[in-house]
Design a protein around this ligand. Structure first.
Ligand code: PNS
Length: 164
């Protein structure tokens, strides 16, 4: 059985992430969506919220499970027996940001990163932009899976919108 890990902060999960996970699932028997608990960024949503929203979004997708990850992704990838990390690319800027992480993760784990080009219709969808739009009261529900918009708005109300 082939296993891939799709890691991210998922703060919040977007339809772009869902697209990449679905594409990864066509290439691997099992996809583990790895929600980084201690992201270097200060997340808007708690780790438990990010995990619960991802579990709901992928509940109908066989062969996809969602796990929280503490510590190094490379250790998690080895624990899972994964043969690849899968990340989505929207642009050259994404590649520039991802390349050093892919090289470091391979250095640490021996596992390669496979880049998947997402749906161009979702190329403008980024978690940071989704939060920014929501922060100013704009519509985000057509950019994220069901339930995520409400969670983002609740978190913004709770935190006063301070998290990036
Ligand atoms: O969605 P993001 O924020 O681009 O995801 C980045 C993430 C969570 C995949 C990356 O920060 C990560 O892997 N963090 C876990 C800690 C780790 O392994 N750091 C070294 C990465 S080379």
């Amino acid at each position: 059985m082939t296993t891939a890990v799709c890691p991210g902060s998922f703060d919040p999960l977007t339809l772009g992430h869902v697209d990449v996970v679905r594409r990864a699932r066509t290439m691997f028997d099992e996809v583990v969506v790895a929600v980084a608990r201690n992201s270097s960024k200060t997340p808007l949503l708690t780790a438990d919220e990010r995990v619960a929203l991802a579990r709901a979004a992928f509940a109908d997708l066989d062969g996809v499970r969602v796990e929280a990850v503490d510590g190094l992704l490379a250790d998690f990838v080895r624990q899972q027996g994964a043969s690849a990390v899968v990340k989505g690319l929207r642009s050259g800027a994404d590649f520039d940001a991802e390349l050093p992480m892919a090289l470091m993760n391979r250095h640490l784990s021996g596992v390669d990163t496979v880049f998947v080009v997402g749906d161009p219709a979702l190329a403008h969808v980024a978690s940071s932009l989704v939060k920014d739009v929501a922060r100013y009261g704009g519509p985000i529900d057509d950019l994220v899976p069901a339930g995520v918009g409400d969670a983002v708005r609740a978190a913004l109300a709770r935190t006063g919108g301070s998290a990036r």
